[in-house]
Design a protein around this ligand. Structure first.
Ligand SMILES: NC(=O)c1ccc[n+]([C@@H]2O[C@H](COP(=O)([O-])OP(=O)(O)OC[C@H]3O[C@@H](n4cnc5c(N)ncnc54)[C@H](O)[C@@H]3O)[C@@H](O)[C@H]2O)c1
Length: 318
């Protein structure tokens, strides 16, 4: 299978590319090393891929003509579109860029796919589309018309434009709503990484809303497995939740990280943050039934693996 992965130098993208290469796929990656977080981390991710047989890479912007040209020259069977401006809170400070990349970039890639006759497109959506919903767990059939951050709105917009391309050009499109993904190489501003870093540095952990916000944390290997299964079960327009379907309060996450690091956290309580959802919790019945998705990593095991990776790859840096 020839696969084009956008956001290939990022957290999820680099894991997916590694997996696809092991499966014998031919992989074309694109990423512009957006400065949202340190380029050096993305270069480290990419170094695990570069030089491998069947891997090609373009440093470029998904909003560019060059990106569409890359689709034409690499002729993928399927595009897995992960590149995005990620993160809820920063999107409030920078809504124009989030919209430009997440909506404009997605349209440009869908256009590129249509022009090149690519028949399959997987779009990385997010649990954030469930916005202010109170009914848990979240199901794909629930209304998602109340995004509470620009990021969430761009992901919902991405799903909508994907649907339009499915109808107009007949391509199979699957939108995957990821629920807080964590694991080795995670984005450094995300809770698991940030809390671990602060514990090791002896710094205070900012805990919003008394740490009562609850999250469905999904281990990276389970996400990659879900993406792969969705790539192999495409047909029409589909939407799937990919979560662990287990929920933990953020304050209890701190306890788990304390256990794995063997250190005590210093916590600073802060008021709830605009854009933050009180709970995310995935109903994964549809993905289980239609894709055979079967997440396997309890939070304690996933955090143990993360901390192990962190000690080896980040702690040494200071
Ligand atoms: N990590 C999570 O918990 C999570 C949850 C829900 C959804 N998602 C979605 O999954 C995808 C991957 O997330 P991630 O955590 O790996 O983030 P990431 O930031 O590590 O990866 C995204 C990559 O996209 C690249 N990128 C950004 N703008 C670009 C542009 N204009 N052109 C080309 N490349 C560009 C970045 O340089 C980065 O390497 C994103 O679409 C994100 O919204 C992630």
């Amino acid at each position: 299978m020839r696969v084009l992965v956008t956001g290939a130098a990022g957290f999820i993208g680099s894991h997916l590319c590694e997996f696809l290469l092991k499966e014998g796929c031919s992989v074309a990656g694109i990423d512009n090393f957006d400065p949202f977080y340190d380029r050096k981390f993305k270069e480290e991710n990419l170094s695990l891929l570069q030089g491998k047989k069947n891997f090609t890479f373009l440093e470029g912007d998904i909003r560019s003509e060059e990106a569409r040209q890359f689709i034409r020259t690499t002729k993928p069977d399927i595009i897995v579109h992960l590149a995005a401006m990620a993160g809820v809170r920063p999107s409030i400070a920078n809504p124009r860029k989030y919209t430009s990349v997440n909506v404009g970039g997605t349209v440009n890639l869908l256009e590129g796919a249509r022009e090149a006759g690519v028949g399959k497109f997987v779009f990385a959506s997010s649990s954030s589309v469930y916005g202010g919903n109170r009914k848990v767990p979240f199901s794909e059939g629930d209304p998602v018309d109340t995004p509470i951050s620009p990021y969430a709105a761009t992901k919902k917009a991405g799903e909508l434009i994907c649907h339009t391309y499915h109808v107009l050009s007949g391509m199979d499109v699957t939108c995957l709503r990821f629920f807080t993904v964590y694991g080795p190489r995670q984005r450094p501003e995300m809770a698991v990484y940030l809390f671990t870093e602060k514990i090791y540095k002896g710094e205070e952990i900012p805990l919003y809303a008394e740490g009562e916000n609850r999250r469905d944390f999904t281990y990276i290997d389970d996400i990659v497995d879900g993406v792969w299964k969705s790539m192999n079960n495409m047909g029409g327009f589909r939407v799937y939740n990919l979560g662990e379907s287990q929920v933990i309060a953020v304050k209890d996450l701190v306890r788990v990280i304390e256990g794995c690091t063997g250190r005590k956290a210093r916590v600073r309580h802060l008021p709830p943050q605009p854009g933050d959802m009180p709970v995310t919790y995935a109903d994964i019945t549809r993905a289980r039934e239609e894709l055979g998705y079967d997440p396997k990593t309890p939070i304690e095991e996933g955090i143990e693996k993360f901390v192990c990776w962190y000690k080896k790859h980040r702690l040494k840096e200071g």
